[in-house]
Structure formats: structure tokens, C-alpha cells
Design a protein around this ligand. Structure first.
Ligand SMILES: Cc1ncc(COP(=O)(O)O)c(C=O)c1O
Length: 453
């Protein structure tokens, strides 16, 4: 009996410890696996081989050294023990908004839907669902951020696929040299990877557009507001190359809508407009019919179209946003979508500025222009989806420095810039963001450039 009494709790404890270690490992992996831009998943492999492995060991040692209490303490301390992953731009901030809309955003699809490959054979983009085309046009017209008249809509599996379609459509097929692809630093870290991934010989990543002075054809990518630094941009190469405007963040929660964009090729995505990154849906507004046809051809070749389910899901979301402004009863039930985003991101930026640049002044953040938004009427500074933070003083590895404090960010080198900078996601879950702010305040209060090791 005595023996059994001693033995049973030990077995139970072992089970508890095993379950706890597994749960913690799962939690750490989940945090690291924000999923977003391609660098994200490469980064997971990279980090698994490095620090987060140490984090896993630390996690298990907390658990195993504490016995039964360790298990409990570990659950209680929760987030404080974990790495906060602000590396990916996973837009989970928007989840709480869509949760409170309830059934208004539910999409019911009968079994007979989506049987055919085709959506609209009269349309140049034959796999474009008319409901999605209407919803995207309606939202642009409401917000006033892009012209839609006389444009062709090409839909893609995320804006990432449309970027590849543009490269295909704009690369001359029979030249000895690949066309140069450039963007001003700091540039979106996914561009070099996507451009060169197949080593097609059609196009080649040539980096910083400011340094491009070759007298050759080129494609310049203009992201505005820019990922990672939030700057409002225009083309910088003084030539007659192809311009692609990636306007993923030209929406009124991020920046004042001050003009109706009418560039030749404009890329948009639900990922950063509404937060539906998992829907994998983007659209291009393309002026030139031949370019739109070639882009459509590319998507036909690589994936024979784009998921109808995704298009219908996205159409519903965009329509609910527009209804929120155009239909009085919707307005009364929920706060309009862009108002939610504008307030939430604005609050986060105020918190970040106070925590990062107060006290020890270890970090600096960019300043942005203020403008009046033609859509909302608000007068405000651009409040980007990412913070481009600089470690001041002699700290050259800002990403490494923050990692020591269990904050994962993406270092400047990924964006063709200096490792004194990091990109920090501002659109993740609230509890992670709050914990990041708490840690940043602690770092700033304990450390200062003067007391630096
Ligand atoms: C500038 C920019 N373009 C495109 C994308 C990718 O969008 P999607 O998720 O639609 O592929 C992102 C995602 O972070 C982005 O920041």
C-alpha cells in the first residue's frame, strides 16, 4: 500500500510534466509560426536551429525543475516566459473585429458550387468571380483609394501570385539578358526571394532602385505606404521602365487617403486590407489589356485559376465592410471596419512611441507626414502595419539584441538595409503586442546607451 501511495503521484506527475512540456513546445512553435511572407517560414527553420531551440530547452527546464508547482507556475507566467514573435506580418489583430460581426460574414456554399474551372468566360480574366469583382470595385469607389474605371481586374492567389504574374507579363521573352527588378531600400523582403526563386533567366533581382543606373530595361516596384518603413513612395529610377505599384497598405486604417491612385499596374490584397491572409486572395488593377491578358495566362499556366471559395469569402467580407458605411442598420450594429483598424493601430503606435523612445532612448522610430483622409475625415500621421525601429548607439545587431529579450523581429538585412534596424509587426494579437510593449519599457528602464555592456 505504502509503495502504491508513493508511486501513483509520481506517475501522475510524470504525465503532467510530459503534457506540460508538449504544450509548451506547441505554444512556442505556434508563436514562431505566425505564417505570412515567405521569409517567415524560412525564418522558422533558421530559428529552430538557433535561439528558439534554446528557448525550448529553457521552457522544459522551468517545467522539470519546478515539479508539480513548476507545471502550474509555468502556465501562470504564460506569455512572460515565451518568445513574442513580431517577425511575421500576420494580421491577427483583425480577428476580434470579425468575431463580433457574427453570422453577417458567414458564407454558405452548396455542394454544386465551384464545379467548373470557369467563372466568367466573357471576362478577360475568365476565373474572376463576378461577385468578387463587384465587391472590390464597390470598396475602391467607396474609399476612393484607386481608380477602377477602364481597368481590368486580375485576381490571384494572394498578391504574391500576382507579383509573379506581373514579372512574367513584363519580362521580354527573347532577350539575352534577364530584365532587372529593383525597389528602393528598405524593400519588401519577399521581393528578392520571389523574383529569383526559379532562376528563370527572364528576370533578375538587382536590389536598391536608388543605385540602379544601367541603361537597360527594368521593372521598379513601388510600395506605398512601404513595407517595412511605412514611407509614402514614388518611383526613384529616372527612366522609362515598367512601374508596379504595390498598394497593399493604401487603406484608411494605415494612412490618410489623399489621392485616387491611377497607376498602370496596382496590386492589392485582402491580407492587409481586411486581415484575411489565410484566404490567399489578391487583385490587380491593370490598365493595359495585353498585360492583363498575359497575367491571366500566367495564372492559367501555374494554377488554372484561383479558388472560387476564396473569392466568394473575400467578396462577402468586402461587401460587409461597404455595407457598414452605406447601410444605416449595419453601422448601428458594429463599428465600421476601417474605424476599428484606425483606432487600434493608432493606439498601438502611441504606446510604441512612448515605450521605445521614452526613458533610456535606446531606439528610434521614423516620423511620418500628417494629412487629412478624404475618406474618414480624420487628420492623422501614417500609422503603418510595421514599425521600422533603429537600435541607437553602438548596437549593430538590433534583431539579436531584441532576441536576447525574447522578442523576435526581422533584421534590416532582409530588406537590403542595415542590421541596426528591425521590422516589428504592429498588427498581431493584442496580448502579444501588449507584452512586447511591457518588455520594451523594461529594456528601456534597465538599459541605456550609457550603461550599455
Ligand atoms: C507589400 C506587400 N505586398 C504583398 C504582400 C503579400 O500579400 P499576399 O498575402 O496577398 O500574398 C505583402 C504581405 O505582407 C506585402 O507586405
Amino acid at each position: 500500500m505504502k509503495h502504491r501511495k508513493l508511486c501513483l503521484p509520481a506517475v501522475a506527475m510524470k504525465h503532467l510534466l510530459a503534457v506540460s512540456v508538449a504544450l509548451n513546445v506547441a505554444l512556442v512553435l505556434k508563436l514562431m509560426h505566425g505564417g505570412d511572407e515567405g521569409v517567415g517560414w524560412l525564418k522558422v527553420e533558421e530559428t529552430l536551429a538557433g535561439t528558439p531551440k534554446r528557448a525550448l530547452q529553457e521552457m522544459s527546464s522551468v517545467v522539470s525543475s519546478g515539479g508539480a508547482n513548476g507545471v502550474q507556475n509555468n502556465f501562470e507566467s504564460g506569455l512572460q516566459e515565451l518568445y513574442i514573435n513580431l517577425d511575421h506580418g500576420d494580421p491577427t489583430m483583425y480577428e476580434s473585429y470579425w468575431k463580433q460581426t457574427g453570422d453577417k460574414t458567414t458564407v454558405v456554399l452548396s455542394g454544386w458550387r465551384s464545379i467548373s474551372y470557369f467563372s466568367d468566360t466573357r471576362n478577360l480574366c475568365w476565373f474572376l468571380e463576378p461577385d468578387f469583382a463587384n465587391a472590390a470595385t464597390r470598396l475602391h469607389n467607396l474609399v476612393g483609394n484607386a481608380a477602377t474605371e477602364n481597368y481590368h481586374i486580375v485576381v490571384g492567389t494572394g498578391s504574391t501570385q500576382l507579383y509573379q504574374a506581373v514579372l512574367y507579363a513584363q519580362s521580354p521573352p527573347n532577350t539575352p539578358e534577364p530584365i532587372s527588378v529593383v525597389s528602393a531600400t528598405p524593400f519588401y523582403s519577399q521581393y528578392p526571394l520571389t523574383t529569383d526563386c526559379l532562376k528563370s533567366g527572364l528576370h533578375k533581382w538587382e536590389g536598391d532602385a536608388n543605385k540602379f543606373d544601367k541603361n537597360r530595361p527594368y521593372i521598379e516596384l513601388v510600395v506605398s505606404p512601404n513595407n517595412p518603413d511605412g514611407s509614402i513612395r514614388q518611383a526613384v529610377v529616372n527612366g522609362t521602365g515598367v512601374l508596379v505599384h504595390d498598394l497593399a497598405y493604401y487603406w484608411p486604417q494605415y494612412t490618410p487617403i489623399s489621392y485616387r491612385a491611377d497607376n498602370d499596374i496596382m496590386l492589392f490584397t485582402v491580407s492587409k486590407c481586411t486581415g484575411h491572409a489565410g484566404t490567399r486572395l489578391g487583385w490587380a488593377l491593370v490598365k493595359d489589356e495585353e498585360i492583363a491578358k498575359k497575367m491571366t495566362k500566367f495564372i492559367e499556366i501555374v494554377s488554372i485559376g484561383v479558388s472560387k471559395e476564396s473569392q466568394l469569402r473575400a467578396a462577402k467580407i468586402l461587401d460587409v465592410i461597404s455595407d457598414g458605411y452605406e447601410k444605416k442598420e449595419s453601422h448601428e450594429e458594429n463599428e465600421p471596419f476601417f474605424e476599428f483598424g484606425y483606432k487600434e493601430i493608432g493606439r498601438r503606435w502611441r504606446q510604441l512611441r512612448a515605450a521605445a523612445t521614452g526613458n533610456g532612448k535606446l531606439f528610434s522610430l521614423p516620423d511620418f507626414p500628417t494629412g487629412k483622409c478624404n475618406f474618414s475625415g480624420h487628420e492623422f500621421e501614417t500609422q503603418p502595419a510595421f514599425a521600422w525601429m533603429e537600435c541607437k548607439g553602438e548596437r549593430d545587431d538590433c534583431e539579436g539584441f531584441l532576441r536576447e529579450h525574447k522578442i523576435l523581429t526581422r533584421g534590416g538585412k532582409h530588406f537590403g538595409s542595415s542590421s541596426k534596424y528591425v521590422r516589428v509587426s504592429m498588427i498581431g494579437r493584442e496580448e502579444h503586442f501588449n507584452e512586447f510593449i511591457r518588455r520594451l519599457s523594461v529594456i528601456n528602464s534597465l538599459d541605456s546607451p550609457l550603461t550599455k555592456d
